[in-house]
Design a protein around this ligand. Structure first.
Ligand code: SF4
Ligand code: FES
Length: 251
């Protein structure tokens, strides 16, 4: 495949970025998007030019490290896949691909296609821990969880924290991410003791990081590689309302 690439290049958070055009003449349709960028980088290094910086780790769709906006869509045009799981056969010979980093105030550009997503870590930290009795490790089956609750929790825990939901949202809201992280504990019996504190504190942390509010647009759900549904946001809003009325999160 022959491809034209228009890639966002930016030295650091303070410098002004710009699109730079590249051409690749021999891209395997079976390569992944990141492997295609590896080939580009090998060519750039051979020419003595600076390679394109991008985030990646597992390349198996499970770690949430990769992520870029491809032709205007977070993680590219294919539903329910991460950038590392996107294959070049999704595109056509002769296509022009415009590649940009996540764009959100709370995700400052580190370099080229890499953004700083530490704000997500701080939201998770604000949720704190679950209360457990001290002593020896509890038997795994000591607290019975109904199958429905366990499934709900597992569905929420599928969130890999990639940030595509923020990148796709016109408000740069992190509500889908935050809702998933709240729900995976709040859906289980073990998470009930801090349920309302968790909801209030994590949403407060999200607001403090500069993410926008949710106005039910649904772009987040559309681009989420793990298909986290919008109804987790409804669940979070219910816990948030009950928690706020009860004065939760005052620690
Ligand atoms: S909710 Fe989906 S899009 Fe958002 S961080 Fe989690 S996995 Fe990524
Ligand atoms: S590199 Fe781990 S999800 Fe893409």
């Amino acid at each position: 495949m022959r491809l034209k690439l228009r890639i966002w290049r930016q030295k650091n958070a303070k410098s002004q970025g710009k699109f730079v055009d590249y051409a690749l003449d021999d891209v395997s349709p079976d390569s992944s998007f990141l492997e295609m960028l590896d080939v580009l980088n090998e060519e750039l290094i051979a020419k003595g030019e600076e390679p394109v910086t991008f985030d990646h780790d597992c390349r198996e769709g499970i770690c949430g490290t990769c992520g870029m906006v491809i032709n205007g869509v977070a993680h590219g045009p294919k539903a329910a896949v991460t950038t590392c799981q996107l294959h070049m056969r999704t595109f056509h010979d002769g296509d022009t691909l415009v590649v940009e980093p996540w764009r959100a105030k709370a995700f400052p550009v580190v370099k080229d296609l890499v953004v700083d997503r530490a704000a997500f870590d701080r939201i998770i930290q604000a949720g704190g821990y679950i209360s457990v009795p001290t002593g020896g490790a509890a038997d795994a089956n000591a607290i019975p969880s109904a199958k429905k609750m366990a499934d709900r929790s597992m569905d929420a825990a599928a969130c890999i924290g990639c940030g595509a939901c923020v990148a796709a949202c016109p408000n740069s809201s992190a509500m889908l991410f935050t809702a998933a992280k709240v729900a995976h504990l709040n859906s289980l019996p073990q998470g009930q003791a801090e349920r309302f504190d968790r909801a209030v504190l994590m949403v407060d942390a999200m607001d403090a990081e500069g993410f926008g509010g949710c106005t039910n647009i649904g772009e987040c759900e559309a681009v989420c590689p793990k298909e986290i549904p919008l109804d987790f946001i409804a669940q979070l809003n219910r816990d948030l309302l009950r928690g706020t009325l009860a004065g939760a999160g005052q620690r």
